[in-house]
Write a protein that binds this ligand. Sequence first.
Ligand SMILES: *Cc1c(COP(=O)(O)O)cnc(C)c1O
Length: 216
Amino acid sequence: MAQRVEQLELPAHVRLVAVSKTFPAAAIRAAYAAGLRDFGENKIQEAIAKQADLTDLPDITWHFIGHLQTNKARKALQHFDWIHSVDSLKLARRLDQIAAELSRSPICCLQVKLLADANKHGLTESELWQALPDLAQLSHLKLEGIMAIPPYGLLLPQTQSFFERAYALGQSLANHQETPLPIHHFSMGMSQDFPLAIAAGSNIIRLGTTLFGSRT
Ligand SMILES: *Cc1c(COP(=O)(O)O)cnc(C)c1O
């Protein structure tokens, strides 16, 4: 694991989230020993079970990266520091309300859907602009990031421009005149495409396969 991490040679400003979904707590322990502290999971119950096994590693930052149903918002807030997959205004509102109750202030990324993609959740650009005034009022969430996953099967140049568009969208939200959002986290890039994402401005990559091997 240590060797896999070293071989990545990431720029210093890029944060590596190790996507440990489907892998056991022991795999997280090995990655922790190799120096990793950020772990991403996409299922609440699976994550809670592993967290219970890892209570002796207190300085892990947990990132929720999967689709979140509103009825699991409370559990997500109780068990994760970051939520990368805020994919609707409804979910954002629910999270904000519960975050207030729990006195939590999670860092959140808005998951955007820049191209039609039946397999992915996310706010389209027009939905995002429409929701922006309401999103900007949510005072408990730290809505500071953009998360984007390219549709399956794009060619390299298309993937590159997809990430560039996502980055530009984040900048426009940050620079908006009336209701800016302090977007400065760009959660873009997985095992297949992270160099392209970094070239387009990503500063958080989410790697599973590259670190842990393929999922069965
Ligand atoms: C599984 C997953 C990853 C990691 O994918 P790899 O291709 O294994 O690196 C990253 N982000 C999300 C949202 C995922 O669900």
